[in-house]
Design a protein around this ligand. Structure first.
Ligand SMILES: Cc1cc2nc3c(=O)[nH]c(=O)nc-3n(C[C@H](O)[C@H](O)[C@H](O)COP(=O)(O)O)c2cc1C
Length: 191
């Protein structure tokens, strides 16, 4: 199944080839070195005032923590994401040290997750971000600090054949990847 992005001008292969699968190799185990590599990529993302308001909880398949994260996935995500080699919970700081609202935290964390997904892709792994989660359940199950808000969960693993899925997960897996045309998202004409 070819999921490579069709682009009007070349982009980095690692960007063109990234996509979000639901079918993962259930025998694959992600190494500590690979996890460190993708977390380092996230760590070196830019952030407003270098505040780095992101926190990561890494749960590898088979661990107790993994069960706690998987219990907080919604029904659809819970049907496929636990097969991935790891689930990474991304949380963000709610306030600064002085108690004021941390307005850039979600944006900053998005940049860090983007880095994470691209580094994983470079390592031959695939990622799938999920906001279809019970945020409060995951927060509680992980015993997170009150000043942290769960943002989303990212699955990481080796992609497997689509036909090991059934139902809606299979249907979505075989859909072609689509995007708005550049003309629609670049205002006032073509670049
Ligand atoms: C913030 C965010 C939340 C998402 N939540 C879910 C989700 O709960 N379940 C799901 O199957 N995909 C989820 N996705 C994946 C998107 O549907 C996917 O990235 C998009 O359809 C583009 O497909 P691609 O990543 O394969 O290019 C999410 C992606 C992002 C960035």
């Amino acid at each position: 199944m070819n999921k490579t992005a069709i682009t009007a001008a070349p982009i980095l292969p690692v960007l063109a080839e990234r996509w979000s699968p639901r079918s993962y190799d259930t025998a694959h185990e992600v190494s500590q070195h690979e996890l460190t590599s993708i977390l380092e990529a996230a760590r070196w993302a830019p952030s407003a005032n270098n505040g780095q308001p992101w926190r990561f909880s890494v749960a590898t398949r088979g661990s107790e923590l993994h069960e706690k994260v998987a219990a907080g996935l919604n029904g659809f995500n819970g049907s496929w994401a636990p097969s991935a080699s790891a689930l990474i919970v991304v949380s963000v700081l709610k306030t600064h040290a002085d108690g004021s609202e941390y307005k850039s935290a979600h944006y900053d964390a998005g940049l860090a997750v983007a880095n994470l997904t691209i580094q994983a892709q470079e390592l031959g792994l695939h990622t799938h971000q999920m906001m279809g989660i019970e945020h409060a359940t995951i927060h509680q199950n992980l015993g997170l600090d009150d000043n942290l808000a769960v943002l989303l969960v990212v699955s990481v693993g080796k992609v497997a054949a689509a036909d090991q899925l059934t139902g809606p997960a299979y249907e979505r897996e075989i859909q072609p990847r689509v995007r708005h045309a550049l003309d629609e998202i670049v205002l006032h004409g073509k670049p």
